[in-house]
Every structure is written in structure tokens, then in C-alpha cells.
Design a protein around this ligand. Structure first.
Ligand code: C2E
Ligand code: CA
Ligand code: CA
Length: 500
């Protein structure tokens, strides 16, 4: 009896020991597994764990696959196999704080055209070849990632010299051959030196973007970030964020620049130009805030405000007996609005302003962007009766040949053409020929930016219809213009009659 009891008890103890042992091994394995996964999360190392137990093999396999798929998709770029933005950020975080080295953001210029011309498959192959080339550079980067479509980021532990950067750029630019097709691509590089202690990855990336933006804006192959870039960006932010408030609080206003009609010697038209007296930044030029409004999608509220303001002013002038045509500048994005002509017509009737007393100016570069669509919009505007002018003529990639297809009344030759007017015979001839050609095609011709009597006289001889510029009159507020108006007509009338 006793013997039996002892045997049973012994067996129970053995069983308990076995269970405890198994439990301990499992516990140890799970601890190891957890530790390994944590390490991978931190360092992005490869998955490396084994278990003596057969029953745990399937679990390890599943985890292995999971590691391959999830880490690959969240932190790697599928196309090139390089790290992506998320992967880059984590890698940098694990190295923080960084006080030495360099980040180089490489942008393939106009990569969009490669896709447009040769198709996406071709573009993908080129990107893969490009990634491989970056990986094999002589000046090897410690870490490479693809940040988005055509931007690649390289981290160097040691700062590079400008010569080394140029070599990298040249190496990357040497022609590729994809599907037996030789192809050349150009790069631009934004560079951020990490000498200054950098502890914030997002800030690093923002500054690197600023450097690349600068390279693009200045059309330079390589640009370095410097502290002033932050200030410029801060100013841009102040302008963009301040625009709705500025409009509401009346910080924006219109000025009007009189144009001289050569034949009559009178002022028959003014051009409306916008101004912004910013509460913190002072007077800001439209050359600065109009492009920002365009980029941030705020141009439609701005243009709508301009139309309201100018039409209200025109109604007021007509009631006072000041009969001038008023030219309004519209932006490229306005022309993309299919309801533009209908909106303008509604406003004209709202302010009781006859359509023919308004001219709409559209810059030439905009016309060229999508000629067919623009012609449709221009015809709609013409149908409601407003006059149309091509602004900044000669600055785009146009030829006078396509001009005859455009339903416009007037061509305004850009003031840039007067820069060398008095010093270069060729410059003078270009203006003369442009005036003649445009007139032969049936357009009225204005030359803008006339600053002296000698230029005015020459243009007069070339047969120009209208001139605009500081020599005749600078832009002035509505009430200043009202005082100036009788005087402008009287003086110029006599002046031109007398000379010719
Ligand atoms: P723009 O349409 O070519 O306007 C003519 C510019 O030349 C104006 O600059 C005018 O002040 C300037 N100007 C006139 N005469 C002379 C001169 O004799 N010498 C020189 N050096 N400059 C002269 P502003 O007012 O600074 O406008 C710059 C540009 O901003 C305009 O160029 C136009 O493209 C845009 N802009 C102005 N107002 C508006 C607006 O209400 N809406 C839109 N979308 N753009 C506008
Ligand atoms: Ca204009
Ligand atoms: Ca112009």
C-alpha cells in the first residue's frame, strides 16, 4: 500500500517537474522572442530566432513572414527596395542626436516627362536603375532612402566637399540605357549640413526641402540650406495665412495706372493693379503674393474680390462722368474655371457696368499652357462683350504665328523688351518688328514700362497704339486718378500734337 502511494506520488512529482520545465522553456522562448522583436523594431535588423521545439516552428514561420511583409511595406519602398520616408525617419531617430555629417536630397528634374513620354513601366525601370546607381556610388552614403516619386535622400556620416557633391551629381547624371533606349536625366541637389546639432528629424527634412526648393527657384544644380531660408519661409507663411484676414480688414486695395492713347493723346484706359498694405510686413508687391495665392488655392477668392472692387469703382466713375476702360489682370488658375465667363457676366449686371468698358488681361505663358481650352474660355468671355488682351507678350515660348488663332483685341509687349531699348539696336528692332507684326494681324498694340520721352517718341514712330509706363503716369489710387484725369488728357494731347 505504502509502496504504491510512494510510486504514485513520485510520478506526480516527476510530472509536475516536467510541466514546470516545459513552462520555464516556453517562458524563456517567449522572452527571447519578445526581446528579438523589440530589437528589430529599433534597429530594423533581420529577423533571427530559432526554437528547439517543433511545435513552435509554425509560429516562428508566421512571424518571419509577418516581419518580411509588414516591415517591408511600411518602411521600405516597394519599387526600389530602399527605405522610404518612414524607414528613414526611424533610422535617423535611432542615431540621434546627430551633430556631424550631411544630408543630400537628390531630385530628378522633370521626371514626369519620362513617364509621359515613355510610360510608367519605363519610368519604373529607370527609377530602379537609378536606385542601384546611388547604391554603387564611389562616395558611398551610409543610408539611402526614396522619399517620394523622384526624390532620393542620402545620409553621409562625414560632410562632403562641393567637389564631391558635384562628382556625385555627375555620376548620377551619366546616361542610362533602359530597354535599349539611351536616356539622360538631370539632377538638382538640396544639401543640409548636420554640423549644427540637429535633434529633430522633421525639422531636418523641412530644411532639406527648403534647400532643394532654393535650388529649383534659383535654377542651380546644388543649393545648401542656410538660416535665412527659414525666414523666407516664415514670411511666406505670414503672407499666405494673412490673406483672408487682409481681405476682410481692407488691407488690400487697387491702384490704377493710366495708359496713353497715342492717336488721340488722351487717357482712354487704366490698368487696375492690386496692392497689399500688410499689418506686419508693410507694402507687399503682387509679384510676391499673387504666386503664393495661386499655389495655395486662394487665388479665386482674390480674383473675385478684384472683380467686385474694380466693377464697383467703374460704376462709380461712370456715374461721375469719368469714362475710361478698366483693364483687370486675371491669373492662370482663373482660366481653368469653366464658369469664369458666367461669373464675370453676373457681376457686370450686378454692378450695371457695360461689358465693353472692361478689358481682361491674360499673361502669355498661361495661354500657352493649354491653348485649346484657353481659346474656349476666351471665346466665352468675348461673347459676353468684354475686351481681351495678351499681357507680358514676348516672355513665353510663343511665336507670333499662333497669335492669329487667339480671339483677343490687344497685345501688350512686356516691359522687359525696353531694358536695352536705348543701348541695343537689335532690341529696338525686335520691338519695332513685334509692333508691326501684331498690328498687321489686326491687334491693337501697347508697350508697357515706358519710362522716358525718347522711348515714347521712338515707339510713336514704330506705330504703337498705346503706351503705359511711369513716363506718362504711375499707378495711383482711385481718388488720385480722378484729380489727375482732366490734366492727363489736356497735357498729353497738346504734347503729342505739338511734336508730330
Ligand atoms: P503686369 O500686369 O505686367 O503689370 C505691370 C507692372 O509694371 C505693374 O507692376 C506696374 O506697376 C509696373 N510698371 C508700370 N509702368 C512701369 C514703368 O514704367 N517701369 C517699371 N519698371 N514698371 C512699371 P505691379 O503693380 O507691381 O504688378 C506686378 C504684376 O502683378 C502685374 O504685372 C500682374 O501680373 C500682377 N498683378 C497686379 N495686380 C493684379 C491683380 O489684381 N490680379 C492678378 N491676378 N495679378 C495682378
Ligand atoms: Ca497686366
Ligand atoms: Ca505686363
Amino acid at each position: 500500500m505504502n509502496y504504491l502511494l510512494i510510486t504514485v506520488l513520485f510520478m506526480i512529482v516527476i510530472m509536475l517537474c516536467t510541466i514546470a520545465c516545459l513552462h520555464w522553456r516556453q517562458h524563456r522562448f517567449i522572452k527571447q522572442l519578445t526581446h528579438s522583436l523589440e530589437l528589430q523594431l529599433l534597429n530594423q535588423d533581420s529577423f533571427n530566432i530559432d526554437s528547439p521545439s517543433k511545435s513552435l516552428k509554425p509560429l516562428i514561420n508566421v512571424l518571419h513572414h509577418l516581419h518580411q511583409s509588414s516591415l517591408f511595406s511600411t518602411e521600405r519602398d516597394k519599387l526600389t527596395g530602399l527605405a522610404n520616408r518612414v524607414g528613414f525617419k526611424r533610422k535617423m531617430l535611432s542615431k540621434m542626436p546627430i551633430s556631424e555629417g550631411m544630408l543630400v536630397l537628390v531630385d530628378i528634374r522633370q521626371f514626369r516627362f519620362v513617364n509621359d513620354l515613355f510610360g510608367f513601366l519605363f519610368g519604373d525601370k529607370l527609377l530602379k536603375a537609378f536606385a542601384k546607381r546611388i547604391d554603387n556610388l564611389n562616395c558611398k552614403a551610409q543610408f539611402i532612402s526614396r522619399m517620394n516619386g523622384n526624390e532620393f535622400l542620402l545620409f553621409f556620416q562625414q560632410p562632403l566637399t562641393i567637389e564631391q557633391l558635384q562628382t556625385i551629381k555627375n555620376d548620377l547624371q551619366s546616361p542610362f540605357e533602359i530597354e535599349q533606349q539611351p536616356i539622360s536625366i538631370k539632377m538638382q541637389l538640396g544639401v543640409l549640413s548636420l554640423n549644427e546639432h540637429h535633434a529633430d528629424v522633421s525639422l531636418m527634412l523641412r530644411r532639406l526641402d527648403l534647400a532643394l526648393k532654393k535650388a529649383k527657384a534659383l535654377k542651380q544644380p546644388i543649393a545648401f540650406y542656410d538660416q535665412d531660408d527659414d525666414k523666407a519661409q516664415y514670411r511666406e507663411l505670414l503672407i499666405i495665412n494673412g490673406l483672408p484676414k487682409g481681405l476682410k480688414q481692407g488691407q488690400l486695395f487697387m491702384v490704377f495706372q493710366p495708359k496713353l492713347d497715342i492717336k488721340s493723346g488722351r487717357c482712354k484706359q487704366v490698368e487696375a493693379l492690386i496692392r497689399w498694405q500688410h499689418e506686419g510686413l508693410g507694402l507687399i508687391s503682387p509679384n510676391e503674393f499673387i504666386p503664393l495665392a495661386e499655389q495655395t488655392g486662394m487665388i479665386d477668392i482674390l480674383s473675385s474680390w478684384v472683380l467686385d472692387n474694380v466693377l464697383a469703382q467703374q460704376a462709380k466713375w461712370r456715374n461721375m462722368g469719368v469714362y475710361v476702360n478698366v483693364a483687370i489682370n486675371l491669373s492662370s488658375t482663373d482660366l481653368d474655371n469653366p464658369n469664369l465667363a458666367a461669373d464675370v457676366a453676373t457681376k457686370l449686371s450686378q454692378y450695371l457696368v457695360p461689358a465693353e468698358t472692361i478689358t481682361i488681361e491674360i499673361t502669355e505663358s498661361v495661354l500657352m499652357k493649354s491653348l485649346e481650352q484657353t481659346i474656349v474660355t476666351l471665346n466665352q468671355l468675348r461673347d459676353i462683350g468684354v475686351k481681351l488682351a495678351i499681357d507680358d507678350f514676348g516672355t513665353g515660348h510663343s511665336s507670333l504665328a499662333y497669335l492669329r488663332h487667339l480671339p483677343v483685341d490687344e497685345v501688350k509687349i512686356d516691359k522687359a523688351f525696353l531694358d536695352e531699348f536705348e543701348t541695343s539696336h537689335a532690341a529696338k528692332q525686335i520691338v519695332k518688328t513685334s509692333i508691326e507684326l501684331a498690328k498687321n494681324l489686326g491687334f491693337e498694340v501697347t508697350v508697357e514700362g515706358v519710362e522716358s520721352k525718347s522711348v515714347l517718341d521712338a515707339l510713336h514712330l514704330f506705330g504703337v497704339d498705346t503706351i503705359q509706363g511711369d513716363y506718362f503716369a504711375k499707378p495711383s489710387t482711385a481718388s488720385e486718378f480722378e484729380h489727375l484725369y482732366p490734366q492727363l488728357n489736356y497735357q498729353q494731347h497738346n504734347h503729342l500734337q505739338h511734336n508730330h
